[in-house]
Structure formats: structure tokens, C-alpha cells
Design a protein around this ligand. Structure first.
Ligand SMILES: Cc1cc2nc3c(=O)[nH]c(=O)nc-3n(C[C@H](O)[C@H](O)[C@H](O)COP(=O)(O)O)c2cc1C
Length: 386
């Protein structure tokens, strides 16, 4: 019996991940900006809602399938783009894409991944999105777009919430925003996790895999981190988004929308979708939880443009609440990373199994058979919540 079989919740998976990772890697995985208020709000937002369960509805068969951005999903839980996944497990993004597709969902690859656009496509058996930035080096960005076209990625997600890097104090303490593997405290924390250290020392070096041809030192992640950080622009505008959308010519999603007005602008731009997201609380501390603005955004943009949300999703019930309030799908970040750190591909698979099982159970308990039947009548704000 594997240890993963005795994990029954994402909370327990988090504990297993914490036990396996050096503390500085766990801090990078979990940490968020400044006082980590938004990180806390993301989770709390879901407990502001209670269900309105209906009974005697014949819920023998539950259908969690849906179509998002034109792709068929077995369940509406997409693996969010997260950079540098090999920090958490030596197989990194390859393990995540395999497990996500086995679960019947879609994977979004980060620009700053440790496996490349091509390597992930090679491992893939389902829908792929690519998260992109409007960076200084336009030629490199244009090259990413061409490579995604060539590998049949289904859509681009432009991250719009990084005009500056969030102040992540755990990372600053651990190594000034760098992965910090060479610092003394990192070395000490790694020594206490021999399993992780063995793979770190015996496997190929972490690379900024999408950029090896564009960066010095063969893209060695520890050597080029400052060069990569210098790519971020604070003058990115709606014009840049339009230019990129036109060059791509396919499904184009803005990731990191945090206000009703910007959701309206995204619709006017002609984006095929938006992700209400505060980057898991890693950027602006004090930005709203996506669930807290979902209803208002939905009212403002109507149902022509798909709205996805992320942040703080750790339970099947969280997903059901989001869909009931109007989201087409959700993305999970840390939840699958806990699984990755705890057990690689199998760990991510177990995360998907847990969330799917919880979703089915909740659907039965609220008396709703399919996602297309799920609407706001199944949830209401708790009396004492603001
Ligand atoms: C370790 C880590 C790395 C991330 N890297 C990226 C990234 O490279 N690009 C991006 O758009 N979002 C990134 N995100 C944000 C996620 O895509 C997503 O918005 C967030 O994790 C959702 O919140 P959750 O972790 O509470 O589920 C990252 C999040 C984490 C935890």
C-alpha cells in the first residue's frame, strides 16, 4: 500500500509534501506576498457560502464533464501554470501533464517551466494551454507562439498581473527571489531531506527549458534567474494584449483579471476567456479573492465570454460553489503541487482522484446531476458573512 492511499484530503497531501521538501522549496511553493492576506482570503471566500441542498432527485449518475475554451473536459479542474516544477519533484511538469490528462482535464504550461513546450507536448495525451507574458524580448515571445502553434496547444493564457513582481518575503529571506540552492540555509534544509537531495544532485540541472536557445549558460535556471526577471515589463498595455491575440489567432485568455472594469475591457478586446485570479496571493496582497468578485463580473460580462477562477481551491465543494456561481471551470495550483512534491505523477493523480470524488459526493448531496444543471440556486451566502 502506498503512502498516497492513506491521504484523503488536500490538507493531508500538503503535510506529506511538507515532510518531503526542503523548507525553502516548500516556502517557494506555498508562500505569497507580504502579509499573505489575499492567500488567506482566497480560502476563506469559499466558506462564506453554504449549499442549498435538494433531496429525492435521483442522483445515481453524476456528470462532471464540460466544454471549456472549446475543449472537452471530464471535470472542470485545470492544472494552473506554475513555474519551476522540478523544484518540487525531479520529473516536474512532465509528471503533472501526464496525471492531469489521465484525470481527463487540461494542463497549462508556464513560460518559466523546467520542461519545454515540446517536451510537455510529447508527454501529453489531452488539451494543453500555454501561459505567456508580454516580455521585453518580443522575438522570444513570438518564438513561443510559433512553437505552441506547431505543437497544437489549444490556447494561450496571457498573465496580466505582473507589472511588478510581488513582494514574497519568504523567498526574499531565503535568497532574494532566486531559487537560492547555493545559500547556506538552503543547503542545510536540503541536507535534512535526503530523498529530495539525491534527485537534485543526480538528475540533470534545472533549466528555463523554453528559453535555452535564448539565454546564456544553456538556460541553467540558477544562473539566469536575474536575466529572466529582467524580461518582465511594467509598461505592458491592452495594445500588447491585442497584438499577441492577433498573432496567435486562437483561443486567448487573460489570466489575472481582478476587477469588473477589466473584465469588461477583456470582453471588448475579444478575448475568448478570462481567469479571475490573484496569482494565488503571490502578487498584490490586498487583491480580492476571485470568488468574491465572480457574481459581479458575471453580471457585467454576461455569458458570451467564459470566466474561469483560481485561488484557494482545495476541496471538491470549492469547485462546485465556483461553478454554481457562474465559473466555467477552475484552476488549481498549490493543490496539485502538493501532490507532485509528495509523490510525483502518482501524487498529482491522487489529488485529482480526491477532488473528483469530493465533487461527485457533493453533487449527490445537493441533489444535482450535472454541471449544466448547477446554478446559483444551489448556494447562498451565509447569514453572518459579509
Ligand atoms: C509555486 C507557484 C508557481 C506559480 N507560477 C506561475 C507562473 O509561472 N505563471 C502564472 O501565470 N502563474 C503562476 N502561479 C499562479 C498559478 O497559476 C495560480 O494562479 C495559483 O496557484 C492559484 O492559486 P492556488 O495555488 O491557491 O490554487 C504560480 C503559483 C504557484 C503556487
Amino acid at each position: 500500500m502506498s503512502k498516497l492511499d492513506t491521504v484523503f484530503s488536500i490538507k493531508e497531501m500538503r503535510e506529506l509534501a511538507k515532510a518531503k521538501l526542503p523548507s525553502v522549496m516548500f516556502d517557494f511553493l506555498e508562500g505569497s506576498a507580504e502579509d499573505e492576506l489575499t492567500f488567506t482570503w482566497n480560502k476563506q471566500a469559499f466558506s462564506k457560502y453554504e449549499f442549498v441542498p435538494r433531496v429525492l432527485k435521483d442522483v445515481y449518475k453524476i456528470d462532471l464533464s464540460t466544454v471549456v475554451q472549446g475543449v472537452q473536459l471530464k471535470l472542470p479542474v485545470i492544472s494552473a501554470p506554475t513555474g519551476m516544477s522540478r523544484m518540487f519533484h525531479h520529473e516536474g511538469e512532465k509528471a503533472v501533464v501526464r496525471a492531469t490528462h489521465k484525470a481527463g482535464s487540461a494542463y497549462a504550461l508556464s513560460t518559466v517551466s523546467t520542461c519545454s513546450i515540446e517536451e510537455v507536448a510529447e508527454e501529453s495525451n489531452g488539451p494543453l494551454f500555454f501561459q505567456i507574458y508580454a516580455w521585453n524580448d518580443k522575438k522570444m515571445v513570438s518564438d513561443f507562439i510559433d512553437r505552441c502553434k506547431h505543437q497544437n496547444y489549444q490556447g494561450l493564457m496571457l498573465a496580466v498581473d505582473l507589472p511588478a513582481l510581488g513582494k514574497r518575503e519568504r523567498d526574499l529571506r531565503n535568497g532574494h527571489g532566486r531559487p537560492a540552492v547555493l545559500r547556506m540555509n538552503t543547503a542545510l534544509s536540503a541536507l535534512s531531506k535526503p530523498g529530495w537531495l539525491f534527485h537534485f544532485l543526480s538528475k540533470p540541472k534545472w533549466k528555463m527549458a523554453n528559453m535555452v536557445d535564448h539565454l546564456p549558460h544553456g538556460g541553467d535556471a540558477l544562473k539566469v534567474i536575474d536575466t529572466v526577471n529582467a524580461q518582465f515589463r511594467s509598461d505592458v498595455s491592452w495594445e500588447d494584449a491585442k497584438e499577441m491575440m492577433e498573432q496567435w489567432g486562437g483561443k486567448f485568455i487573460l489570466k489575472g483579471i481582478q476587477s469588473v472594469d477589466d473584465a469588461i475591457l477583456a470582453k471588448e478586446l475579444g478575448a475568448s476567456g478570462i481567469i479571475l485570479s490573484n496569482h494565488g496571493g503571490r502578487q498584490l496582497d490586498g487583491s480580492p479573492a476571485a470568488l468574491d468578485i465572480l457574481t459581479e463580473v458575471k453580471m457585467a460580462v454576461g455569458s458570451e465570454m467564459e470566466i474561469l477562477i483560481d485561488g484557494g481551491i482545495t476541496r471538491g465543494s470549492d469547485v462546485i460553489k465556483a461553478i454554481a456561481l457562474g465559473a466555467s471551470a477552475v484552476l488549481i495550483g498549490r493543490s496539485y503541487l502538493y501532490g507532485l512534491a509528495a509523490g510525483g505523477e502518482e501524487g498529482v493523480s491522487r489529488v485529482y482522484e480526491i477532488i473528483e470524488d469530493e465533487m461527485k459526493r457533493v453533487m449527490q448531496l445537493i441533489g444535482c446531476k450535472s454541471l449544466s444543471d448547477l446554478g446559483p440556486e444551489y448556494v447562498k451566502k451565509r447569514c453572518n458573512s459579509i
